[in-house]
Design a protein around this ligand. Structure first.
Ligand code: GDP
Length: 535
């Protein structure tokens, strides 16, 4: 495959995730994006009879109902942006899902290693919420540029400047709105395009089921039409310009500023603008640094990183699905590639086309795309697959756990299987395993980002290793990385216990943040480092 073809495919791709707190409107926004990409003809059509009121479709349901290519992990669609030179060669958008709600887990963070940009979706009334903050910290740590969308502008909420201040002050990210709302939250009329000075006026459709018609107006016409609402928007926008809060591509890519849009996913207001901004400003897939520190160009032979592995809980190892993000080259279904960790060949004839509109006809994929691999027994998150000369990418780091439990077998006679299962589940990245001398091998401590990870462990211990296990929550709620020198002093403290993780990291667990703050104050010389995504 010629490198020109690959370059062209890469240039038109954008791979991103939506980071948000439950209920901010991620599903509604996903559906609105699909509507704009004309993958579906009516939003809310999948579940709800009465417009958008009842439920928002879940991706799998959309897939079943519409026959479009959606998986619970990645959604791909074409979108011809206004600036796209040839509408026959539209942009290809990959939206990778960040599981939230009850299934929030380490996978939620790992997904962010597979994207080139993130859309931070914020509820206009609620502002920054805990899960959004955690996901944002991971983006910041990985240098992923963030686009901010203030959602639900059709409902009463905070003022634009309050929201901008909150983001600036709490997370040190400077919003640079591209589109400023005309009308306060709850009275969403349209958007001031800050770069052209023009007005985009929206019209509601019944139940927000269709793409909202837009009317483009000059500033003079907008002033005549919206009066004070227009003037207020223009004045606040000028204030932002005076404060230097205009878009700057370099600062955005460096993670210092965030282009901002105001939207209503429910009414489909601002959704087209979001797509345009993604295409215009979000970076296309780029080179990824391998373990030798060399950037792997996208035009090199095929390589990919596994970022998520899903195992069915019903039967044996066979129904394991691994999701890879392509880093370089062209992927063709059926290719035999090499698994860098074992050096063994891996046949991709069962590659699931989670890409493309039509499952049966699309069987090539390019950098930025996500492909599901069936039967992926040997693959774990962070693993590399490649073709040609060997390449290996760095492992995905472990993220800050916030839930801690002991695990033990209900009977003592299954110790061997227990140990085997534990090792396997840990190597797959299902949970982190912590050990210390006091507790011994028979009751390791499991550490997780979300409690659902524990349920997966007990279910798989039973299904795959035939061991009944009991999970017992421990009274710890946060972890800090420490070192051998500080460990002894920490172990003497009440509400603290020190463990070693399998990767060698020494972690101190604390009952609560007040305990931690007290110890930090009393013993300022102890090493206590924040782990990635710790709140
Ligand atoms: P998720 O948990 O982030 O996926 O949120 P959902 O998309 O399920 O939305 C949560 C609730 O907010 C649902 O009742 C939606 O109908 C509602 N919602 C989402 N977006 C908007 C919006 O732009 N305006 C209004 N008024 N409601 C919205």
């Amino acid at each position: 495959m010629s490198s020109e073809v690959i370059s062209r495919e890469v240039t038109r791709r954008r791979t991103f995730a939506i980071i948000s707190h439950p209920d901010a409107g991620k599903s509604t926004m996903t559906e609105a994006l699909a509507l704009h990409a004309r993958m579906i003809s009516e939003a809310g059509a999948v579940h709800g009879k009465a417009g958008r009121k009842s439920t928002v479709s879940d991706w799998m349901e959309m897939e079943k109902a519409r026959g479009i290519s959606v998986s619970s992990t990645a959604l791909q669609f074409n979108y011809a942006a206004a600036a796209t030179p040839d509408p026959d060669v539209p942009n290809v958008i990959n939206l990778v899902d960040t599981p939230g709600h009850a299934d929030f887990s380490e996978d939620t963070y790992r997904v962010l290693t597979a994207v080139d940009a993130a859309v931070m979706l914020i509820d206009a009334a609620k502002g920054l919420e805990p899960q959004t903050l955690k996901l944002f910290q991971v983006c910041r740590h990985r240098g992923i540029p963030v686009i901010t969308v203030i959602n639900k502008w059709d409902r009463p909420g905070q003022s634009p400047l309050e929201l901008i201040d909150e983001i600036t002050e709490r997370i040190g990210l400077t919003p640079t709105p591209l589109f400023f709302p005309v009308g306060i939250a709850g009275d969403f009329r349209g958007l001031l395009d800050r770069r052209t000075g023009e007005y985009v006026r929206f019209t509601r459709t019944a139940g927000g089921a269709k793409i909202a018609p837009e009317e483009l107006m000059s500033a003079a016409d907008a002033a005549a039409r919206e009066g004070d609402e227009w003037t207020a928007a223009v004045e606040e926008s000028e204030l932002l310009t005076e404060m230097g809060q205009d878009h700057d591509q370099e600062l955005f890519l460096a993670g210092q500023t965030s282009p901002m849009i105001f939207a209503s996913a429910m009414l489909n207001f601002g959704v087209r603008q979001l797509l345009e901004v993604l295409v215009e400003l979000a970076p296309p897939p780029g080179p990824r640094t391998d373990i030798e520190g060399r950037p792997r160009p996208v035009t090199d032979p095929f390589s990919a990183v596994v970022f998520k592995v899903q195992a069915g809980m019903d039967s044996s190892h066979r129904d394991r699905l691994a999701y890879m993000r392509i880093v370089s080259g062209e992927f063709e279904r059926g290719m035999v590639v090499t698994h860098a960790q074992t050096g063994k060949p891996f046949a991709t004839k069962y590659a699931q086309a989670v890409f493309g509109r039509d499952r049966s006809t699309v069987d090539t994929a390019y950098p930025g795309d996500v492909v599901g691999l069936v039967n992926a027994t040997a693959l774990a998150p962070g693993d590399t697959l490649y073709d040609g000369p060997k390449v290996q990418f760095p492992p995905i780091p472990s993220f800050a756990p916030e839930h801690f439990s002991t695990l033990r077998a209900t009977t003592a006679d299954k110790y061997k299987q227990f140990r085997k299962g534990m090792d396997q589940l840990e190597s797959e990245g299902v949970v982190q395993v912590l050990r210390n001398e006091t507790r011994g091998e028979a009751s390791p401590v499991l550490a997780a980002v979300g409690p659902m990870q524990f349920e997966v462990v007990t279910a798989r211990m039973k299904a795959e290793y035939n061991v009944d296990t009991i999970i017992e929550p421990l009274g710890f709620s946060l972890a800090r990385r420490t070192d051998a020198d500080s460990a002894a002093e920490l172990n003497r403290q009440r509400g603290v216990e020190v463990f070693t993780r399998t990767d060698g990291a020494i972690l101190a667990l604390f009952s609560d943040k007040w305990r931690l703050q007290y110890i930090e104050k009393e013993h300022p010389d102890l090493t206590l480092e924040t782990l990635v995504a710790a709140a």
